[in-house]
Every structure is written in C-alpha cells, then in structure tokens.
Design a protein around this ligand. Structure first.
Ligand code: NIG
Ligand code: FE
Length: 406
C-alpha cells in the first residue's frame, strides 16, 4: 500500500459541482491499496496510520485521474492521407463519402486485415495513448460492415482488453455507413444489423453500447430509431454520432432513447441541447474531427451554459481524426471550443467516464475509485494544456500498478 506525496497539485475531478470545479488540492497525499484509492487529501492531514507507508515522490508534478478517451474508432487498417490533401484542396468529407471514398475505403482495407494484424495495431496505439496518461479507451467497430467483419472487430477488442494495457470499452457501430454491396437496397443491411448483428453482439457480450452515425451519408433518423429500439431490446446502451455535418435532430433523438452520450454536435440547435440536459446525456465534443473536416468547432459554452456536461475525446480514426493525442484534443477544446483548461480536464475524466456509464468506477481521484492516475510535468492544469508538448506525462498508474514511465 503506497502513498504518493510531493505533487504540486492534485485534481480530484468529482462528479459533483460545475464543469470547471476540478477540486484542486495543493500539496496532496494519495494512498491506494491494490486496485482502489484508500485516502486522498492534503498531506498535512494524512492520518497517522498511513505515515509509515512506502512513499512515492511525485517530484512536484500535477496528479490527475487517468484520462478517459470516450470516443475512438481504434481498430482499422490503412490510412487515408490522400483524402487529407483533397480536403485541404476544398473537396468536402461528404463529397468524398458520396463517391465511395471515406469510410468505405477503410472498410475494404479492414476486411482484408487479419485479426492478429488488427490486434497488434490496436495494442500499439493503446500503448501510445497510455503513455500520454490515458487509462480507459472506448473503441467502436464500424469498419467491418458485414456480420463476419463486425464480429471480427469486436473480437479484436476483446483480445486487446484481455492484454490489460488499458481498460477497453467496446461499442458496436455496425451502423457507421451502408456498405457498397448493400447500397442498392439499404433495407437488407438494416435487417442484418437488427436481426443478426445486435442479437449476436449482445448475446456474446461483445459490446456495451450501440452507436449509429446519423447523417446524410449514413443513416436517417427513422433508421436510427429502429436500430436503437433493437439495441434497447437486447440490453445495449446507446450512443449517437449526431449533428456532425448538418443539424439532423440527432441530439433530440439521442435524448429520446436515454443515450449515455451524443457525440460531435457541431450543428446542434439550442432545443437539441435542452433535450440532452433533460435526459442527462453527456455531450461529447471531438475537436480533431472539426479540425480535420474543417467544420466550425463546437461552441461548447452553449452546452455548459445550458447545464449539459461536456466530455472531450479524440475520435481517433483514419479519416476525420487521425491522432490519438488526447491532451492535444483538450488544448484544442480550450482554444477552439471555449472550454477553460479545468473544464477540459473534467471533460476527459469524470464526464468521459459518465459518457461510458463508468462514473462510479473511474474518472476521479476519490476513495473507492479505481487507482488510475497520471502524473503530469506541470505545476497546474492551466500550465499543462497551455504548454503543449509531445508528451507532458511522466508516470501512469492503472488499477494501482505503474504502467508507464513516460
Ligand atoms: O466520427 N462520423 C463518422 N465516423 C467517424 C469518421 C470515420 C471515418 O472517416 O473513417 C467520425 O468522424
Ligand atoms: Fe466517431
């Protein structure tokens, strides 16, 4: 049972309080035993019976909860750097999708990749993310788009989870887009999702959530409703890619189904924001996706001011967000979306945990929570997110064990 001492600051990131209330403790001490936090508070108040514990010297850094990346598309093969140049030249994401590029490009490559290849790539990415301070990653399927290939991706996530490098939360995103072979009759693909994939995924416990990309190039509101109804019937929670490229009423639909999160939200109306608040749905903003699709960034203050908790994630994928650097996404959430650094930190800890239904387990440094922590080379949160570096994270612990030396 160790005690960590001599941090300049500890950010508790409690669920209670406003988005910016991170619960700073100056000169803190944190005690854990096994996988769980036992005590946290000012070092001066450390109880006598903890005084003799082996000490870990934080060397004056900032101690934060292990970061939670609550929206990624981790398992994919290939990249799409050619489309990056096209988009810079002015071709839009939707135009590229309409002519069979975009997601469908990645589907072809991902179908051709073996599970071992995909798992090795996921593990490589996950190790890179963990070294940045990330201890939990939500991972979506969605580049298989057939019964066999969607199950293959979710099985890859199960295998990666077993390696226990980070905590993996798998999400079924068979409704990412309609695959080429079903474009002439999309109803066939919908039936395949509803009658075959959702029941199989739920029965085999391969995912906790079902997600849909509700957009002109992907699925309509009516189709999303049918998919969510099936997911609900099979006990899966729901999440939604909503209002990314146009206001399709996605936020309100997510709220109607009690979604844990609605993600993207570049075009969400004020009425949609109010529905999210009423449903207790977390708004997940994805700064890399706005940056790379060259859409106007989400004005996150609109959500916070209307009482909706905001989370920030990378959306790591080969098209719209080819980076897994969550701390950089947090800096962008500040500069592009108007979050303060403290608000951004809560967006990648407790609010991100909430967007995964895990707020009782992870996301804050409180007694009883899993001992997932990152030690940052900065005196405070402002300094961390302002002085952007390749990696400001010095040490990472997950379930009480040190897993990275930065
Ligand atoms: O979240 N919006 C839909 N899906 C991804 C993009 C996936 C891709 O372009 O490959 C996203 O941005
Ligand atoms: Fe996404």
């Amino acid at each position: 049972m160790p005690v960590l001492m001599n941090a300049s600051l500890l950010a508790v990131c409690p669920a209670e309080g406003g988005q910016g209330e991170i619960g700073s403790i100056a000169d803190p001490a944190l005690v854990w035993e096994g996988e769980r936090i036992q005590w946290v508070g000012p070092a001066a108040e450390l109880p006598a019976h903890f005084q003799a514990l082996p000490r870990i010297d934080a060397g004056g850094g900032l101690l934060i909860p292990g970061l939670v990346d609550c929206h990624t598309h981790l398992a994919f093969a290939g990249w799409r750097a050619d489309e990056f140049e096209e988009r810079i030249r002015g071709v839009s994401y939707l135009e590229i999708a309409e002519r069979g590029g975009g997601i469908l490009q990645t589907v072809q490559k991902t179908r051709a990749a073996s599970p071992a290849e995909l798992a090795a790539r996921c593990l490589h990415f996950a190790a890179g993310m963990r070294d940045l301070g990330v201890t939990t990653i939500e991972c979506k399927s969605g580049y298989g788009l057939s019964v066999k290939d969607e199950l293959k991706l979710l099985e890859v996530y199960a295998e990666v989870a077993e390696r226990d490098v980070v905590t993996i939360v798998p999400t079924f995103l068979g409704a990412h887009t309609v695959p080429a072979e079903h474009r002439a009759d999309r109803e066939v693909y919908l039936q395949l999702i509803i009658d075959q994939l959702i029941p199989a995924v739920a029965a085999r416990k391969l995912a906790r959530f079902c997600d849909v990309f509700m957009e002109r190039s992907a699925f309509s509101g009516a189709e999303t409703r049918r998919i969510f109804a099936a997911a609900r019937d099979h006990g899966l929670g729901v999440k939604l890619h909503a209002d990314q490229l146009s206001d399709g009423g996605g936020a309100a639909l997510a709220a109607e189904f009690g979604a844990v999160s609605a993600d993207h939200l570049e075009y969400t109306s004020d009425a949609g924001i109010d529905r999210l608040r009423e449903a207790g749905t977390v708004a997940v903003i994805l700064p890399f996706a706005s940056l790379y699709t060259r859409e106007a960034p989400v004005r996150a203050r609109r959500f916070i001011d209307r009482g909706v908790p905001v989370a920030v994630a990378t959306d790591f994928n080969p098209g719209s967000a080819p980076s897994f650097h969550l701390p950089m996404a947090l800096t962008l959430a500040c500069t592009m979306s108007g979050l303060t650094p403290g608000e951004a930190l809560k967006g990648a800890t407790i609010n991100a945990a909430r967007a995964l239904g895990l707020a009782r387990e992870i996301g804050s440094l409180e007694v009883g929570k899993q001992a997932d922590m990152a030690l940052i080379d900065a005196p405070d949160v402002n300094h961390w997110l302002y002085h952007l570096r390749a990696n400001a994270c010095r040490r990472v612990w997950r379930k009480g064990r040190e897993v990275s030396a930065g």
